[in-house]
Write a new protein. Sequence first.
Length: 464
Amino acid sequence: MKLLSIPTVSLFILLLSGCSTTSKIASLKPEPDNASPLTYDNAPSFINLPVSIKLKDIENKTNILLNGLIYEDNKIEDDNVEMKIWKQGPISITNENGKIKTVLPLKVWVKYRFGTTTMGIALYNSSEFSLNGIITLTSDATLSNWKLSTKTMLKSLDWKESPTMNIFGKTVPVTYLINPAISLFKSKIESKIDDAIEKSMDFKPTVLAALEKISTPFQMSEAYESWLQIVPTEIYSTNAILKKDTFLLEMGMKCTMKTVIGKKPESKFDAKKIVLKPVMKIPSQITANIAAVSTYEEASKIITKNFTGQEFGSGSKKVTVQKVALWQKQGKMVIALDVLGTVNGTIYLTGLPQYNEQTKEIFFDKIDYVLDTKNQLLRTANWLAQGLVLRKIQESCYYSITPNLEEGKQSMMKYLQHYSPMLGVFVDGKMNDIQFQKIQLTNQAIIAFIKVNGMVNVSVDGLK
């Protein structure tokens, strides 16, 4: 048997290699920048937050808070009167010429001491009696530290009866004795009403609970895994106005809004950071500045789907893209394509993210192979380096954020049609067209800045 010489074996292996239909490519990976992630500024958005509180709600809560014995004076020595006052029936609260009118049925028990002092010896007698009456008070309301505070004044005191008692042989109406005592302590009764109304009118817990619900990220699109996140920063408020049977308080919320693609983000609501600021007027038209944040990982998944079922090349020289990976380097987008077919391996491209107003898509312009990839292709697969193939590849390198937001806009509409995230809180509004602003790249994500004009009202109806 004649053995082949070493040069012959080498030639045979070389011929086999030349007949192979697959080439391997091992381009150098352009590593992402190691710079710290960019901090992006998201312009503030403003949302209307009108608060309406019905007097009936105040009445109900005041009746709960102010019940039973509401005043007690056990010292008879100072003014010869000992007194207890009970709420005899439900309190009614109504509007009287822009002021709160409070009508309180009451029962009064009085112990009245009368007598003289002779030669240093006190000779006293006393009499006890009870009677029913109605006290009427009016209150001016002002907004202070999240609460509608009132300044209450006793307006009238009407007794249902006028019993009499005999003092030193004279018949004296009991009310004649009680009214001066009531006048002495009217400030305490007024204070009781103020305290009860103030506690019943503390709308801060209701508003903050509503904001916390609104600040919980909600899904706009299941297909694109997009979430709308609202982070309140300040609350503005006008003075309260009593109109018919309702207190109206125009409030506005300053916040940041952004859309996150991928995993549901955590709520960033912090009640301690919410500041209430007084203003004269709240604008009705709002602007929502939304930062649409798309992580490279999530964008890569969607672009990979764009390549599904496509072959690039011609004749017997073709490749399919199995996987796409994205990252940024020096302000450009690096697009890594894992290819399989006539050429196996990873090829690297770079491009500039742009926005197409017509298709409302983010795409990558001026795509070209990274220098080392291009050199490798020119040596092993010149056909893949050709401009026609590159343009075909570029056609699949897009990531549609704004259409997601359009779809999300429709999803949002169900949250703007009297949506109630909690009892007594309703969201209404309208959304106009989306306006693209700019694109920014960070180490982790593509950020598209979007402006949406429209109107959003978050109304707090009552105190539940």
